[in-house]
Ligand binder design. Sequence first.
Ligand code: MG
Length: 341
Amino acid sequence: MIIRHQPYTLELRHAFGIAAHTRTTTPATLVEIEHAGLTGYGEAAMPPYLGESQASAAAFCNRAAPLLAAVRDPFQLEEILPALDALAAGNTAAKAALDIALHDWVGKKLGAPWFRLWGLDAAKAPVTSFTIGIDTPEIVREKTREAAIYKIIKVKLGRSPESDREMIEAIRSVTAAPITVDANQGWKNRDEALRMIEWLAGRGVVFIEQPMPKEQAEDTTWLRARSPLPLIADESCQRLADVARCADSFHGINIKLMKCTGLREAHTMIRLARALGLKVMLGCMTETSCAISAAAQLSPLVDWADLDGAVLIKNDCFDGATIVDGKITLPERPGIGVVKK
Ligand code: MG
């Protein structure tokens, strides 16, 4: 099995602001694994604040190359993926790229998309939200108008109570669509956070993603007991081992392939979350249709999806899952369902 990898810079359509910063590009690495005449595609998307880079992804792929070269049976994902995970700590996006490429290869070899191999009904894929970053009221209104096909708007909050209220009021001046809120750990005081959630509950907000810093688990547990809206863990829930702990402080978890090392672990996290009575959301970074289509294979299993990553970029180099009238639509192509443009 041969691995190829190359850096690829994702160019955002609009500058994207979250609680801590604003950016216009996202570094990514595209991966291909080739074996027996078939190629599987994968992708690592690496927003800089998460600590990975095109250089670290290249280093990880090079480290993985001898292990992959020794693989005789690519169907043995339960052997190969834990061995890749054990090569180094962290590197979750680079690991996800290899996991996605291996799944793509296996699905192609079997001639079936992964949603079928998992026994899922593509018609149950949810609508996806469309994300609006922190911006001025004029730009927020403009982006909300552009997002008219989406049935749910996701809004980034967490800079200040004044800015948060201004963002919501700007959206509400344009649409009555349900809103989901992502505070990205921006609310540091639990009483203020509760007051904000109570205000949001009266404005058609469906849930709150990561209201407080992950270090403030006790405050989040306090908030969970009082919040009129469900709280969803994002920064607090990276991998499988985090899921059980989140059951005390949150009503649900947001799973992203780039955090959890890929499809194999994401599928297990969904099962565990369900056993613990948690809601499940499937999220993404800014990504091409490669990683988005991989995540979309799991989407019939979740309550909410935020898989707009490929729509937010202007240089998507794959065709894959599409969004039709706001709903995730899975192609019948095998593997993760993508072709290179
Ligand atoms: Mg989030």
